[in-house]
Design a protein around this ligand. Structure first.
Ligand code: C5P
Length: 221
C-alpha cells in the first residue's frame, strides 16, 4: 500500500497543474481521474451517442478500454489503444464529461481502475470524489477551491493560448454549469470530505499554491 493523497475540488481550481508539480517534487505518481471521465465522454461523442440517452451510454461502456501510461512523468490517457490526452481537453468534451460522469454505471466503471492505481503506487489523485468515495482512507485529503471568476480567468487564458475561440463569459458559464452538475448529482457529488483540509487559491499564484499544498502534505505524512 502506497501513500495516497486525495485532491478534490471544482473545475478550474488548478488541481491538475498543482498535482503534477507536487507529484514531480515528491516523486509520486499523478493520477488525473477527470481525464478518465473525459476519455469515456470522448468515446461517446466520437461514436455519436446521444448524451441524454443514459441506457445507450451504459450499453457502450463495454466497448471501452482505458489505460493510463506515463512518459517522462506525464500521464497519457489511452482509449482503445489511442492516446487521447490532447483530444479530451476541449470545452465540448468538458461539458460531455460533466454530463456522463453523473451516471452511476460510468462511475463504477472507472472506480476499480482508480483504486488499483492507488494500491500499487504512492499517488496524488485529483478529482471530485476521491476523498469521499474512491479513497476514503487517504493519508491526506485536500479540498482545493477558488472563486468561479478566478477559475474562469485561468481557464480562459489557457484556452486562449491554445487558440480556442471561447469568450470569458462562455468559460465562466461553463464553469458555473459544471459546478452545478458536479455538486447536484446524486452519485458521488462534489463535496469536501469531513477530514479534508480546504485550501483556497483565489489570492495565490501557482507557486504559492504548490508550496501551500506541499506544506499541508508534509505536515501530515
Ligand atoms: O477535472 P476535469 O475537469 O478534467 O474533469 C472532467 C469532468 O469529469 C468534471 O466536470 C466532472 O464532472 C467529472 N469528474 C468526476 N469525478 C472525478 C473527476 C472528474 O465526476 N473524480
Amino acid at each position: 500500500m502506497g501513500i495516497n493523497i486525495a485532491l478534490d475540488g471544482p473545475s478550474g481550481a488548478g488541481k491538475s497543474t498543482i498535482a503534477k508539480a507536487v507529484a514531480a517534487k515528491m516523486q509520486y505518481v499523478y493520477v488525473d481521474t477527470g481525464a478518465m471521465y473525459r476519455a469515456v465522454a470522448c468515446y461517446m461523442v466520437t461514436s455519436g451517442t446521444d448524451l441524454d440517452d443514459t441506457s445507450a451510454i451504459i450499453g457502450k461502456l463495454n466497448e471501452i478500454a482505458i489505460k493510463l501510461e506515463y512518459k517522462d512523468g506525464a500521464q497519457h490517457v489511452i482509449l482503445n489503444g489511442e492516446d487521447v490526452s490532447e483530444k479530451i481537453r476541449t470545452p465540448e468534451i468538458s461539458m460531455a464529461a460533466s454530463k456522463t460522469s453523473a451516471i452511476p454505471e460510468v462511475r463504477a466503471f472507472l472506480f476499480d481502475l482508480q483504486q488499483t492505481m492507488a494500491k500499487e503506487n504512492d499517488i496524488i489523485m485529483d478529482g471530485r470524489d476521491i476523498g469521499t468515495v474512491v479513497l476514503p482512507n487517504a493519508d491526506v485529503k485536500i479540498f482545493l477551491t477558488a472563486s468561479a471568476e478566478e477559475r474562469a480567468n485561468r481557464r480562459f487564458k489557457e484556452l486562449q493560448e491554445k487558440g480556442d475561440p471561447s469568450t470569458y463569459e462562455e468559460v465562466l458559464r461553463d464553469i458555473e454549469q459544471r459546478d452545478y452538475n458536479d455538486t447536484h448529482r446524486e452519485t458521488a457529488p462534489l463535496k469536501k470530505a469531513e477530514d479534508a483540509i480546504e485550501v483556497n487559491t483565489t489570492e495565490l499564484d501557482l507557486q504559492q499554491s504548490i508550496d501551500e499544498i506541499c506544506r499541508v502534505i508534509n505536515e501530515r505524512i
